[in-house]
Design a protein around this ligand. Structure first.
Ligand SMILES: C[S@@+](CC[C@H](N)C(=O)[O-])C[C@H]1O[C@@H](n2cnc3c(N)ncnc32)[C@H](O)[C@@H]1O
Length: 412
């Protein structure tokens, strides 16, 4: 038979019978997509992997615990033949041919009447990749092409110009702690679609370098604020650019709502009637300790962690932090914006009962090439910060978790 290319098609399987023969790894990999397609799935197999069994237990598939028997495919629209018995597979695909049921075969693609493409999804589109002929079939190649296309659509490096759907208004995007790889997929896509990006000093600066030349990048710290407060000037800049119909991204360090003033910006935009999307980010409060090998919780060591701003000293009347209560907690204390005030903070914690020997770690510029970790105790941290010239941005971790971990600083 002449070799023609396969004809690609999308099967609409809702409520339609799909028969799966064999409950092993192949079925385990393929079943979730069939379930998601709403198919009425009957699995015929004497055994099944624990995951497949769980799908049967959950009622997502009907499992007949027996070997394949002639007639099993009679009322199927589609079949997946994947038993470990080649003769049974051959008999089943002959039956499928008889009943004109399209079938895929895990053991012999040449004998199959259908092939499963490598698939992925992005923004309402399914990407399905097939090789043109059985001779060229190379699942790794098709999977790699699928990954490249899906990844490109997600991060915006692959944009279909006519269908470019941009999010109107302003996106408040959490950029993560600094490493450009630690922004979310959604954040990266919105960044790639932006006309204007208003960025903080903290966050993934490297991502800005990747933006095409037409994108206007504004340093939030440099927005002139004259008779306004700096934050008001930023809010006004967001509103003005969005009113011009531009796609605006407000790129922030970490998560927009962790000491990020994200909600102030969202409120200002709401008042101005500008649509606003919030994209969460990986907060430095957890990720920066983690990057330095410190888990903020650890079984048997810390069952809680508290994230505190140290930007005002404990005795400052503007402080909203109950430092005496924090001194009584047994868990981990994570202090942001605390480098300048750490001496007074440590004194207060000790004065209210924390041991002066409590371990402290300062992680400066975490997740970036310049990351450094400096260890101390509550008794020594003030002088250590000076002696080691620790500078913001740094996350300060106070608690026994500092000694947990692997590597030069950890106990293990
Ligand atoms: C204004 S707060 C913003 C926090 C941010 N929204 C978040 O979720 O990570 C800034 C503080 O976050 C901490 N920080 C942010 N990024 C950091 C990094 N890469 N390394 C160390 N500390 C960081 C520092 O304590 C810094 O002073």
């Amino acid at each position: 038979m002449a070799e023609h290319p396969a004809y690609p098609v999308g099967l609409r399987l809702t409520g339609r019978r799909v028969v799966v023969l064999g409950g092993g790894q192949v079925a385990q990999r393929r079943l979730p997509a069939l379930i998601a397609a709403g198919a009425d799935i009957r699995l015929v197999s004497p055994e099944a992997t624990p995951s497949v069994e769980a799908m049967a237990d959950a009622g997502e598939i009907a499992w007949e615990q027996r070997p394949y028997a002639d007639g099993d495919l009679a009322d199927a629209w589609y079949a997946l033949i994947a038993t470990s018995d080649t003769d049974a597979n051959a008999a089943a695909s002959a039956e499928a041919e008889r009943h004109r049921v399209w079938c895929v075969r895990s053991d012999d693609a040449d004998q199959a009447t259908a092939w499963t493409p490598a698939t992925g999804h992005s923004e309402g589109v399914t990407v399905a990749v097939l090789t043109t002929s059985a001779r060229d079939r190379d699942p790794r190649h098709t999977a790699a092409i699928r990954d490249a296309v899906v990844e490109g659509l997600r991060d915006g490096t692959l944009v279909a110009p006519h269908q470019r759907t941009r999010t109107a208004g302003v996106a408040l995007v959490g950029g993560g702690p600094g490493d450009p790889d630690l922004i979310t997929v959604r954040g990266r896509r919105l960044l790639a679609e932006a006309d204007v990006v208003i960025a903080d000093r903290l966050g993934p600066r490297d991502l800005l370098a990747e933006l095409p030349p037409h994108v206007e990048v504004i340093d939030a710290a440099k927005i002139p604020y004259g008779r306004f407060m700096a934050q008001e000037a930023i809010n006004n800049a967001l509103i003005e650019h969005a009113k011009q119909g531009k796609a605006v991204v407000r790129l922030k360090g970490g998560d927009p709502f962790v000491f990020g003033r994200g909600m102030e910006e969202a409120q200002a935009l709401a008042e101005a009637g500008i649509p606003c999307t919030v994209v969460p980010g990986i907060s430095s409060s957890i990720s920066v300790p983690g990057a330095a090998g410190i888990p903020v919780t650890h079984r048997g060591v810390a069952h809680e962690f508290t994230v505190v701003s140290g930007h005002v000293a404990p005795d400052d009347e503007r402080s909203l932090v109950d430092w005496p209560s924090l001194a009584r907690l047994t868990g981990t204390l994570v202090i942001l914006m605390g480098v300048d005030k750490i001496g007074r903070i440590a004194e207060t914690l000790v004065a209210h009962g924390k041991s002066p020997q409590t371990p402290v770690a300062l992680v400066q510029e975490g997740t970036t090439a310049a990351q450094r970790r400096v260890d101390a105790t509550l008794a020594t941290v003030a002088e250590t910060v000076v002696a080691q010239e620790v500078r913001p941005p740094a996350v300060i971790v106070v608690g026994e978790v500092v000694g947990v971990g692997v590597g030069p600083h950890g106990a293990a």
